[in-house]
Structures are given as structure tokens and as C-alpha cells.
Ligand binder design. Structure first.
Ligand SMILES: [Zn+2]
Ligand SMILES: [Zn+2]
Length: 169
């Protein structure tokens, strides 16, 4: 959804219709559920504030089961026109909450995608207190009650686990 900056009225613009944004996410596992955004103009600067709620399916950080994750992102972004000069790199905003817009247009969909993706927890859990996988047999402890826990940990497995923890995911 493109909003032209000159079309933003002086009293501001509200965007609350999630359907109006069309397909926001390139990743089809994401789904936009609701949004409540205010666009306000101050000269050429545009402030976007509000809240976006989205859902995505992620592997649980403990048991690896695909789990729905709700993401609520608070939006508080200032958009400024991208400088046209060659030394624009020098003018890159150091503030994380400042972004550029180009050709007098703001793509709300891109903004929503960026902000909600950033708000995704690093290690989502399928539920509070997920029991995770058994380190011995690999069974999902939420589903099966194996008796492995009683056994002393195998030092070779501990070494493997240690290695696995250090590998990039
Ligand atoms: Zn889990
Ligand atoms: Zn087990």
C-alpha cells in the first residue's frame, strides 16, 4: 500500500484496514492480523506511529514443533526524504527509528513487514514451559514421557551438544 506524502492531510491519516494493505509479507508463513497506524506530516518529515499485530509459524526454540507466534510491533518511525546527493551515505541516519522514503511515496506494506519481522522473538516457544526435546533420545517431552532422564548424561553426547550449541543455526 503506497501513500503519497502530499496526500497526507494536515490532520493526519489513519490506516486501520489490514486487508487494504494486500499481501505484505514475501514470506507466506506470515499473516498480518491487525494494524492501527497514524501518519502525520511535519513539513517533509512523516511520522508513523501505532501498533501492528501479525502471526507467523515458527519452529519452537525448544521442541522444534511448528508453532504459531503472535508478534505485536509498536511503530514509532520518522521518515525523511532520501537525500538525492551523491554523498548521501554521509547523511545516513544514525537513529534506528529514522528511515527514508523516495519519490514522495511511503510504502506502508514494506514498513509493516520490516517492523514486525524485527519484533519477532529470537527464540519463540510453542508454549510457556515447553519441556523441549529429550537430550538422550530426542523425543518430544511434551508428547512422550521417556525414562532417559534417570540415566547419567553421556559425556560424549554432552560434547556433541556443546558443539551443536556453537554451530550457527
Ligand atoms: Zn516447544
Ligand atoms: Zn528420552
Amino acid at each position: 500500500m503506497i501513500v503519497r506524502v502530499p496526500d497526507i492531510p494536515s490532520e493526519g491519516l489513519s490506516v486501520t484496514d489490514a486487508a487494504a494493505l494486500g499481501s505484505v509479507y514475501r514470506d507466506p508463513t506470515w499473516r498480518l492480523e491487525a494494524l492501527r497506524l497514524r501518519l502525520e506530516r511535519d513539513g517533509v518529515d512523516v511520522f508513523v506511529t501505532g501498533e501492528v499485530r501479525a502471526a507467523v509459524t515458527q519452529a519452537c526454540g525448544r521442541c522444534l514443533e511448528p508453532s504459531p507466534v503472535e508478534v505485536t510491533a509498536a511503530m514509532d518511525v520518522r521518515l525523511v526524504p532520501r537525500p538525492a546527493t551523491a554523498d548521501s551515505v554521509e547523511l545516513a541516519p544514525d537513529d534506528l527509528d529514522v528511515d527514508f522514503y523516495e519519490r514522495g511515496e511511503i510504502d506502508i506494506s514494506v514498513l509493516v513487514e520490516t517492523e514486525t519481522t524485527l519484533a519477532l522473538p529470537m527464540k519463540p516457544l510453542c508454549r510457556e514451559g515447553c519441556l523441549g526435546l529429550c537430550p538422550v533420545c530426542g523425543g518430544n517431552r511434551n508428547l512422550t514421557h521417556c525414562t532417559c532422564q534417570q540415566r547419567p548424561p553421556d559425556p560424549r553426547l554432552a560434547a556433541l551438544k556443546d558443539l551443536a550449541a556453537r554451530l550457527p543455526r
